[in-house]
Design a protein around this ligand. Sequence first.
Ligand code: TYD
Length: 203
Amino acid sequence: MAGIFITLEGIDGAGKSTQSGRLAEWLKQRTGRETVRTYEPGGWLGGESLRGLMLSGTKFSAMSELLLFLADRAEHVNRVILPSLRQNCNVICERWNESTIAYQAGGHDLNPGHVKRIISACNFPEPNIKILLDIPPETAIERIKSRKPDRFEAEGLPLMRRVAESYRRMASDEPGKFIRVDCDGMTEDDVFQAIASRLEAFV
Ligand code: TYD
């Protein structure tokens, strides 16, 4: 049986990296398989320079922005995601197609139908499970205010609100695939327990 492919989604500051670490330990124990943790943008050897370009101050047109994120994903798929799944490893990836729909369409006004069609033409692997860490945009802004903002974080609350709304729509459109955790007021442990108890039905 092939490895399990799980993506973690949520606005900036939602706690994806923390939960990815905990989930990787849990998944490894539960399945007995190696579990690869990765992320986008830039989670492949050489991807840091593309990540730097995309998150720096350079203001790209909305379409260039979309195509850059998809180019990054195409490399990530070929170099990391597919080889890992083919070796029967589990893969946990922070951000995936839903980030592109939430930020480039929901957040940056590209037509969602067009963005979905372009993504679909890329034929990237479909995750087995998508986890949405749903935190209030105000909480996210509070959490990230001490770090140097990247290009998206610098857009602040208005962008975070649109992105959060878009994520919620996707989660409710695909209830069989998404595990949405309402993280408001929850500790790191609570969030992890919520994820693990829902995942037990699948893994
Ligand atoms: P990330 O490193 O996950 O930021 P953080 O750790 O703060 O959550 O992602 C960097 C930024 O890239 C984030 O603001 C969202 C943006 N992004 C998109 O706009 N579209 C995409 O397809 C992806 C993968 C990321």
